[in-house]
Design a protein around this ligand. Structure first.
Ligand SMILES: Nc1ncnc2c1ncn2[C@@H]1O[C@H](COP(=O)(O)OP(=O)(O)OP(=O)(O)O)[C@@H](O)[C@H]1O
Ligand SMILES: [Mg+2]
Length: 260
């Protein structure tokens, strides 16, 4: 069984008397450790699909199984617990707590899991080092650049080692250079911990970072193709190109460079 199974999912919004079909009839499976990109133009249903997979919204019809549990059938309370235990998020606008330092922001998901302050501070520091922010640990979000804030966001998403990290337009507010840093760090994290990463974007260049690209058009899956990943896990051989796919990029050992 796949880690994520989306089965015949439909999502219809009602606005007054109007019905908006955000997801028409979506079926797809995503494996543990897979980096999957949901690609599509504005309004194609990407965020809606991400939100139903993450248990933030309920489908109108259909089932979403995560590790065999049908989250479409859970109560609100069960869903909140499910998200706390299984899911990490990276947001376009970072969504960091403005009054808290980088360490406190990263430690937050561990606090919800009841981890002691000592351990969560230790883990947060470890994660901030992994995203090369050792020199910004005690800074608050307003004291950091967009790229640095998003690296804090990534550290926070991965700190509790969730089963799945969801990222909706994670580089939407960043310039091209910073986008590359942030994507490489996020992919490196997912590979390191063998975690499933689901990235929503309208940008085909971002999709290049994924193992697999699912293209949505008007709430339906138009294509579902394998891609060549760029960042193999440490000690692993880079995947071999498959026939009729794009040329492989240079594997990078140092993700992101030191921008601190
Ligand atoms: N809460 C809502 N109420 C009504 N309609 C909605 C709601 N959320 C989304 N929609 C509609 O559903 C469709 C899909 O929206 P969605 O946000 O999933 O698109 P998207 O692919 O993420 O677009 P973008 O790239 O602009 O973020 C759109 O037509 C949108 O207007
Ligand atoms: Mg969206």
């Amino acid at each position: 069984m796949s880690l994520v199974e989306v089965k015949n999912v439909r999502k219809v919004y009602r606005v007054g008397k109007e019905k908006i079909v955000a997801l028409n009839h979506v079926t797809l499976s995503i494996e543990q450790g897979e980096i999957c990109c949901i690609l599509g133009t504005s309004g194609s249903g990407k965020s809606t699909l991400l939100n139903v997979m993450a248990g933030l919204e309920r489908p109108t019809k259909g089932d979403i199984l995560i590790g065999g549990v049908n989250i479409a059938k859970l109560s609100e309370k069960q869903l909140a617990l499910f998200r706390q235990k299984n899911v990490g998020f990276v947001f376009q606008s970072y969504n960091l707590m403005p009054t808290q330092t980088a360490i406190e922001n990263v430690a937050m998901p561990l606090m919800f899991r009841g981890v002691s302050k000592k351990i969560r501070t230790k883990e947060a520091i470890k994660m901030l080092k992994a995203v090369q922010l050792q020199k910004r640990m005690h800074h608050k979000p307003t004291q950091m650049s967009g790229g640095q804030q998003q690296r804090v966001g990534i550290a926070r998403a991965f700190v509790a080692k969730p089963k799945i990290v969801f990222a909706d337009e994670p580089t939407g507010n960043l310039d091209t250079h910073t986008t590359k840093d942030v994507m490489e760090i996020m992919v490196k994290m997912a590979r390191k911990y063998h975690e499933t990463l689901i990235i929503v974007t309208h940008d085909p260049e971002i999709a290049e970072y994924a193992d697999r690209i699912v293209t949505l058009i008007d709430g339906d899956v138009r294509s579902d193709q394998k891609n060549i990943s760029i960042l193999p896990a440490e000690g692993e051989e880079p995947p071999q190109p498959q026939q009729s796919e794009q040329p492989q990029r240079e594997p990078t050992s140092e993700a992101g460079g030191n921008k601190t």
